[in-house]
Design a protein around this ligand. Sequence first.
Ligand code: PEP
Ligand code: MN
Length: 366
Amino acid sequence: MQSIKNIPVDGNKKSLLSTENRHPLIISGPCSAETEEQVIITAKQLADTQKVNLLRAGIWKPRTRPGQFEGIGSAALPWLKKAKEITGLPVTVEVATAKQVEEALNFDIDVLWLGARTTVNPFSVQEIADALKGTNIPILIKNPINPDIELWMGAVERISKSGINEIGLIHRGFSTYGNTIYRNPPMWHLAIEMKRRYPDLMMLCDPSHICGNRKLLFEVAQKSIDLDYDGLMIESHIDPDHALSDAQQQITPHEFDLLINKIIWRIENIENKDLTSAFEKIRQNIDQLDDELIQILSQRMKAVEILGEYKKDNNITILQTNRWNEIRERLLSNGVKMGLSRDFIIRYFDAVHMESINHQNKIMNP
Ligand code: PEP
Ligand code: MN
């Protein structure tokens, strides 16, 4: 599978994101196209920043509840075409049905994207994949709304099987229940795992839908770049407070300009020799420590198994809540003093504890 690093941006078929110059792919534009004027002004202001290489606008909006603004629909397609003619920037829209694919293609949309509510539904993804047969338009695939990377992979496989070879991924966070500072918590580990499984696919971050507000946008965008993402999709609007959808998270093209300016772009590959040898030394130390960790964990499981024999012979339960609470308290207090976060200590030792229970279970219930 290929990345969309080589999507043509203009008549010269220059690559939008070539691996050599590592120009990130930056997508911006309104959550929704609302009026022709709004689309054109936003597009012009974004083009003036010279920091965008793909214009976005939602025209079919999947809304959680009916009665909200559901997008202008295909009547907005000519506005995007015009924005493209005026600015020279390629354009992208979200599609969720075969008919929308067909209409977008009729208006020379350059890239299509699958939204989170589409990726989650294999029927919809398959319908789109079938509609894409015989075309070679680049497709961006957002993660599904629920934290399930198998569904995300399934969408990549379906689209890829339809003959599309320019596919990219967009990480927009995952729905959860309860209060968090994010609208859709990023759960970075899932996107990192997706990157590991598809090292050749471009991974973009959509801080707008992760954050749901403007305050955290920069922090999330920078973090994604630090994690070697290939670019960003950020919603922008000429009058964010009065946007018909996602008002709290949109920023003006000027604010977008400032945000992109502030980002520190990092590189994955080290070219400098001194730096390489410094990395090498530290990494050997890290590898050594990891090996020791594995050995120690294995020794812990052996001790746990011996204890399991005693528990079995004396009919004692595997779990003794008081003992587990004591262990946790001791580890938390020591670990925090040594600079580890509470959250990490809890997650790490919960996993160690579960593995210990499984080892004892095997001894006690062979
Ligand atoms: C959007 O990009 O406006 C959108 C609806 O995003 P998501 O599919 O990530 O919710
Ligand atoms: Mn939106």
